[in-house]
Design a protein around this ligand. Structure first.
Ligand code: CTP
Length: 391
């Protein structure tokens, strides 16, 4: 998706500079052209040789670099870029940006740019909390500069708090999000994902093999396309996407309650969760002990969350998923009709369950649209573009 995008990655002096190496690797792998520019202080933390090897290009460090054709690196480098990303951005560099200083190549590049600037702060928590830094961040926000983080957690100095740089993968996702057309801007979307756990006793449950990957990919892609996303997640070991509001709801009952509590405000509801159709009539408060006789667990039906949402007086645009083992299109269309859905996504269990890729067919009033087998993130993007077209 991001072919032909070109960014200047500016690295300033801070211990998080080592993470910039992984960020370059992720960007290059996604076919993004990366030109690295480092400050003198950054070169104390990580060598330009590493960055050159990863980006496949010589690194620019100084204003007076003879290898730049017309001797105007600040113009030449920023002219070619779709964005400048500063990661890590030290407190000092942020202060420089606020004042429009241009006393080295990177600050001059930022001042001379005519493309968006994305800044990933990285500093000790006291430096971050300092009123001077907070004033500077507020000014950058006013100037239309995009802040990527910072994150909270353990810092290189041993303290715990806000100020550490986001992980490379998070930065990569946010950079991609920046380039994504905002076709869902202004839309509120609720997505359910993952498996539910129906407890039999405190240590045993009825569940299924859903990993949550498809639902999480949809939540992330929707955020990247500008939607305000709430993710109601059942059991899943996945890290929630940045920028998405997460509500944890492990059982079908809890998921029903969480969805219903939040549904009134939504424009779109995508039900990806593998919700258990039944749960035990009784959950034992103590671990059930083994005996020689057989054990029968009586089950009661759970509410069909998607069907209930779709039959609300003023429902959001409802999208279902049908994961089948046979008769895929026939069963999926029957579910679409019975649950009164404008759109359902059909996939075979063997093509999707737990995997990183998926093969899906979209079914709506106009017929069937089969997508090629793709990574779940790309399936999510194509599905959301289809939805954006329908609404
Ligand atoms: N669904 C739901 N609540 C349930 C069961 C299913 O919201 N209690 C939603 C799923 O998230 C999915 C769609 O309904 O979007 C279809 O789910 P699926 O399990 O394939 O179908 P069921 O209606 O449960 O039918 P069956 O299990 O017989 O295939």
């Amino acid at each position: 998706m991001q072919k032909n995008k070109s960014i200047v990655l500016g690295i300033t002096g801070g211990i998080a500079a080592y993470k910039a190496a992984e960020l370059v690797r992720l960007l290059v792998k996604a076919n993004i052209d990366v030109q690295v520019a480092m400050t003198e202080a950054a070169c104390q933390f990580i060598t330009p040789v590493t960055m050159q090897a990863l980006s496949g290009k010589p690194v620019f460090k100084g204003m007076w670099d003879a290898s730049i054709a017309n001797g105007m690196p600040h113009i030449e480098l920023s002219r070619a870029a779709d964005a400048i990303v500063i990661a890590p951005a030290s407190a000092d560099f942020i202060a420089k940006l606020v004042h429009g200083r241009a006393d080295d190549l990177l600050s001059t590049l930022c001042l001379a740019r005519d493309c968006p600037l994305l800044v990933a702060p990285a500093m000790n928590k006291q430096m971050w909390d300092n009123p001077a830094t907070q004033r500077n961040i507020a000014q950058l926000n006013t100037d239309g500069i995009t802040m990527l983080g910072p994150d909270s957690g353990e810092q290189a100095c041993g303290e715990i708090g806000l100020g550490r740089m986001l992980e490379p993968e998070d930065l990569f996702n946010l950079i991609q999000a920046h380039f994504q057309p905002k076709v869902l801007a202004g839309k509120k979307m609720l997505v359910t994902a993952g498996a539910t756990l129906e407890m039999i006793d405190p240590v045993r449950a009825i569940t299924n093999l859903s990993s949550g990957k498809m639902g999480y990919a949809i939540a992330q892609a929707a955020f990247e396309m500008g939607a305000d996303v709430t993710l109601v997640s059942g059991a899943s070991t996945l890290k929630p996407p940045l920028g998405v509001k997460l509500i944890s709801a492990t059982s079908a009952d809890l998921m029903y309650f969480s969805v219903m509590q939040n549904i009134a405000a939504q424009d779109i509801f995508i039900s990806v969760a593998a919700v258990a159709d039944y749960s035990p009539v009784e959950t034992s408060s103590q671990k059930i002990k083994k005996s020689k006789s057989s054990l029968t667990i009586e089950l009661k039906p759970n509410k069909d969350i998607l069907a209930e949402v779709a039959s609300l007086p003023n429902p959001p645009f409802c999208v279902g998923f049908a994961a089948e083992t046979e008769n895929l299109l026939e069963y999926a269309e029957a579910k679409r009709k019975s649950k009164k859905l404008p759109l359902i996504v059909a996939n075979l269990m063997r093509d999707s369950m737990g995997q990183d890729e998926n093969s899906v067919t979209l079914l709506d009033d106009k017929g069937t649209h089969t997508l090629p087998r793709l990574p779940k993130q790309s399936v999510a993007e194509l599905l959301l573009q289809h939805i954006a077209g329908m609404i």
